[in-house]
Design a binder for this molecule. Structure first.
Ligand code: COA
Length: 353
């Protein structure tokens, strides 16, 4: 047998182990640089509209809305501005986190519509709360909270100078609906929810999915006329094929939940709470039954607020945080879906006491 040339021996016995150790450390570091939720907040409009109020001007009933959706009432914007609700939710989240707006390094705002097309809602809210950090809006429809959390997580990994990120989801979907169309307007409510994030090891996995499917859920707005437009344009209220959305919601949510739970070596029984987008109690129930889990693991508040789009998850999270349902160390899955079709799930360990 011939002898191994000295330069090959050096590579295999000295250089290779060093490179492997470096790669191992780097992988460990990338896994370690994650985030925790350290504060939550929410704000609701003052007007409560119960189902019976809707049946005074719509051909609907409390019985139909309750049995088909689980909604009993919703909070609707009347005199308020959405930015006021967003700022209130942010201030509550900052207070809960024990930091001030000056400590923020980034603000991500999830929003589908508000009165301003420009500037972004995040810029307006940044000024209102007295922050000076960079900010931007994203529109991933009702899945916006999960998308914002994933982007925040990436910021913590890629930017060493970022320590605190504020995610705020502020939505007024009731301004998108035709209030003579009983199959859509009864479903929605307005509100804002926020979460403050910092570096930590609480958030463990994400699964995001998008596929272009406009028909089931869309709204086209009217743009200003110009002397040069020759095409026909049809702006109008929200259009929804309810049963199609229902099926897409269940399928995509189950898919994302499977990825974050089984993909991380857990079973569905290992999860303490599943916090799902509050769109319809029947969607939540279908998912719960598919996972063979107890009702207590699927807290909901759709009965009080309706579907508040991307604000629904941070609003629910804030309620559970403030009423001390969540315990430090609880394993939580967040899952949401919306127009696009967009969907996402996040697996995390609750790190607040
Ligand atoms: N009050 C009374 N009747 C109503 C009604 C209302 N508010 N809205 C619809 N109906 C009627 C329909 O006109 C229909 O009547 P018909 O049988 O005479 O034609 C009947 O109720 C059944 O309608 P259907 O659309 O089949 O009901 P459904 O069981 O699918 O429930 C939704 C409708 C919208 C509640 C349900 O499909 C849903 O929640 N889908 C998901 C929507 C969603 O989550 N969107 C947001 C995603 S982010």
């Amino acid at each position: 047998m011939g002898r191994i040339p000295p330069h090959i021996a050096t590579v295999t016995t000295i250089i290779l182990p060093i490179v492997c150790t470096q790669i191992h450390l780097l992988t460990k570091l990338i896994k370690i640089i994650k985030m925790n939720i350290i504060g939550t907040g929410r704000a609701h409009p003052s007007l409560t509209v119960a189902n019976d109020m809707l049946s005074t001007f719509l051909d609907t009933s409390d019985e139909w809305i309750t049995t088909r959706t689980g909604i009993k009432q919703r909070q609707l914007i009347s005199h308020e501005k959405l930015e006021d609700l967003a700022a209130e939710a942010c201030k509550n989240a900052l207070q809960d986190a024990g930091i001030s707006a000056e400590d923020l390094d980034f603000i991500i705002c999830s929003n589908v519509v508000n009165e301003h097309i420009t500037p972004s809602l995040s810029c307006i809210v940044q000024g209102m709360i007295g922050a000076t950090c960079p900010c931007f809006d994203l529109n991933s429809a009702c899945a916006g909270f999960i998308y914002a959390l994933d982007i925040a997580n990436s910021f913590f990994k890629s930017k060493s100078d970022i320590n605190h990120i504020l995610v705020v989801c502020a939505e007024e979907p009731t301004r998108m609906c035709d209030w003579q169309e009983r199959s859509t307007c009864v479903l929605f409510g307005d509100g804002a929810g926020a979460a403050v994030l910092t570096r930590g090891d609480g958030v463990e996995a994400f699964s995001l999915s998008s596929f272009s499917s406009v028909e089931p859920l869309y709204q086209i707005r009217n743009l200003e006329k110009t002397p040069f437009i020759t095409k026909k344009e049809f702006g109008g209220p929200l259009v929804m094929k309810g049963q199609d959305v229902f099926k897409l919601a269940v399928k995509s949510s189950l898919n994302d939940i499977q990825k974050v739970v089984e993909g991380n070596g857990l079973t569905y029984d290992d999860v303490d709470y599943y916090l799902l987008h509050q769109a319809n109690i029947r969607i939540i129930e279908t998912i719960r039954k598919s996972l063979h889990q107890d009702k207590v693991k699927f807290p909901h508040n759709i009965e009080n607020y309706g579907n508040t789009s991307s604000a629904s998850l941070p609003i629910l999270l804030d309620e559970l945080n403030r009423n001390q349902t969540l315990n430090c160390g609880d394993t939580i899955v967040l899952s949401a879906f919306g127009a696009g079709f967009t969907a996402g799930a996040c697996l995390l360990k609750w790190s607040k006491n």
